[in-house]
Design a protein around this ligand. Structure first.
Ligand code: M6R
Length: 606
């Protein structure tokens, strides 16, 4: 995680660095820092806390220099304080780093032996001293090449030099890094979002590459220090989607944007006139695929679980799912007839990328469902299905989740149709039903008053549970994740039928339990499980869909009814109240909704 920025310009850079750091805060926000070069000196300023605190602590307006680097941190090595904040500097080199240096202990010993003095507890500081050491005997490009070869682990780096004052070096292995081009200035940034207000012309570094950035020139190198040419991409300018508008938080805005997320997804993938799904150019023969493995982390993993239910319902494929951090270290049996689907909002999650890398090394068929189409995961799979939901800034994933499950559902339908595992009438009806989904989501969003009142009970409780069966089980897990992530309330998701095998022991008088019981084929079973928790004192919030049939159960604390649709699509609607529940719980507690404690949006370290 962590966000880095670098600017080489013909004018002062501190204001632009600070404004880019504010944009990058979604990547890490426990400390921040900046270093500029002015009159042959590196000036380094760092603070614990947010970029605002850095601004309050120092007179940044008067920080001079036409070359500079900045950093927002998500701590890996060493506590979040001003000493461990980046940049880290020696007498002539200053570095910002995103990633983890795995051999830092060995390198530190070696460098201490050479007389280098360390100030922080970070792994990053070894990079500073290693470059300083290598520069004693080598020219810049050679010193960078050999430094990068000595580092194990992952990094995106921005480096400035006191004695070479007209340039910034950027380098990448495992962590994302982009170069931007402006008028009489050039930039380095963790992502295009940070550079968006300055340029829409971007080049992404690939693993092993580094670059030298001057105000009027950028040169790229491969890992052996050989010059290479790279493409410049022109990104669309969609500034409005990076602003909160009238919303108090990005999360609130992103929840409300979901009808649009679904509308856009449908527009991209569904031919309304013919009730057909527009996914054609698969790079493999779909009949050669006999099994599917879906891989992701956190919310994206819940999307994988959701997709497993749909793929199993609609196709004859053998479907399994995996948490990326587990998959990457297990002894996997790679099978030629397996399709590996990687699900990720950012497309930069380190564990998910490592899982993909492993599959690529084994020549597997790979596909990605991602939001950021310029991301590493999107670039390195055989086939990409973008979710097109626009930038998601809130750390808690909302619209990306609905976007992911929409595309996965569409893919399941398409494969079922191509493999002739669904009859045509049924297929067309299901494709048609999708058209109503945006308006159903819109209506299901109108529950703020009910949810606000309910959320206090969750805040006051020691813990809570989220139960569901079948299609509702992944949504229960997602609801629990949202609540813990935002409100710091203990919340667990369970398959409703699993309660009596242990978790029921946790139920006590007044414990809030969310039961997801839409009127699908699991309804009666789930209602029985609900009665079992009510009998043990739970305060049940039942979430179901509207129906003529009454709910045949007593002593339900609260009920929320979402709109009605076919069983496959109910998970979309059930998700909405859970997102709002988490949002309002955190709002009441006054927590930082878009930047929950200890987290970051893009998890680019293991
Ligand atoms: O960018 P990704 O979708 O790969 O991120 C995966 C998880 O880190 C992410 O979904 C995380 O769990 C969210 N903060 C949950 O709201």
């Amino acid at each position: 995680m962590c966000g880095i920025i670098g600017i080489s310009s013909n004018k002062s850079v501190s204001a632009s660095i600070i404004s880019s750091l504010k944009k990058l805060e979604y990547r890490g926000y426990d400390s921040a820092g900046i270093a500029t070069l002015f009159e042959g000196e590196i000036k380094e300023l760092k603070s614990e806390g947010r970029v605002d605190t850095l601004e309050q602590n120092f007179d940044l307006k008067n920080l001079k220099g036409n070359i500079g680097i900045g950093h927002v941190r998500w701590a890996t090595h060493g506590i979040p304080n001003s000493v461990n904040a980046h940049p880290h500097s020696s007498h002539n080199v200053s570095v910002v780093h995103n990633g983890i240096i795995e051999n830092s202990t060995i390198l530190k010993k070696y460098l201490i032996g050479k007389g280098h003095k360390f100030k922080s507890q970070t792994d990053t500081e070894v990079i500073v001293h290693l470059i300083t050491e290598n520069l004693k005997t080598r020219e810049l490009e050679e010193a960078i090449t050999s430094t990068l070869k000595q580092l194990h682990g992952s990094f995106a780096l921005g480096i400035v030099f006191k004695d070479i004052p007209d340039l910034i070096v950027g380098a990448r292995r495992g962590s994302p890094l982009a170069v931007g081009y402006g008028p009489s200035e050039n930039y380095l940034g963790s992502d295009s979002y940070a550079l968006k207000s300055m340029t829409n012309k971007i080049t992404y570094l690939d693993d092993g590459e580094f670059c030298i950035i001057k105000k009027d020139q950028v040169v790229f190198f491969n890992e052996d220090g050989k010059n290479i040419n790279k493409k410049i991409l022109e990104l669309s300018s969609d500034e409005a989607s990076y602003e909160k508008g009238d919303f108090k938080h990005f999360m609130a805005k992103e929840i409300e944007e979901q009808p649009n997320t679904i509308k856009t997804g449908i527009k991209e993938y569904v031919d309304k006139t013919n009730s057909e799904i527009n996914i054609y150019n698969f790079p493999w023969n779909v009949n050669e695929i006999n099994s599917i493995k879906l891989i992701g982390c956190g919310t994206a993993y819940h999307s994988c679980l959701m997709a497993k239910y749909w793929f199993e319902e609609l196709t004859q494929l053998d479907v399994s799912i995996d948490i990326a951090s587990e998959f990457r270290y297990r002894k996997n049996r790679f099978k030629k007839d397996n399709l590996y689907i990687f699900v990720s909002q950012s497309g930069e999650t380190a564990d998910t990328y490592a899982a993909l890398d492993l599959c690529n090394k084994n020549n597997m068929k790979t596909c990605a469902v991602v939001n950021v189409i310029e991301s590493s995961i999107a670039r390195d799979v055989n086939f990409v299905l973008p979710i097109h939901c626009g930038p998601e800034i809130g750390v808690a994933s909302t619209k990306a989740f609905l976007g992911q499950i929409l595309i996965l559902y569409i893919l399941a339908l398409k494969l079922a149709s191509l493999r002739k595992e669904i009859n045509n009438k049924n297929y067309k009806e299901k494709v048609k039903d999708l058209q109503n989904l945006p308006s159903l989501i819109e209506k299901s969003l109108l529950i703020d008053n009910d949810i606000q009142a309910i959320s206090s009970t969750f805040n006051e409780a020691k813990g809570s549970m989220f139960l569901g069966r079948g299609f509702s089980y992944p949504i229960a897990l997602e609801g629990a994740l949202k609540l813990k992530e935002l409100s710091y309330v203990h919340a667990e998701g369970y398959p409703a039928g699993e309660m009596k095998h242990g978790p029921l022991a946790l139920i006590e008088d007044g414990m809030p339990v969310v039961v997801l019981a839409p009127r699908d084929s699991y309804y009666k079973k789930t209602i029985s499980n609900m009665q079992e928790v009510i009998a043990r004192g739970a305060k049940v919030l039942l979430i179901t869909n509207k129906s003529k049939d009454e709910i045949v159960s007593e002593n339900i604390w609260e009920t929320i009814e979402v709109e009605n649709t076919n069983d496959d699509l109910l998970p979309f609607l059930l998700t909405i109240p859970l997102q709002k529940l988490a949002y309002y719980s955190a709002l009441k507690k006054g927590y930082d909704i878009d930047k929950p404690r200890n987290l970051a949006k893009s998890v680019t370290v293991e």
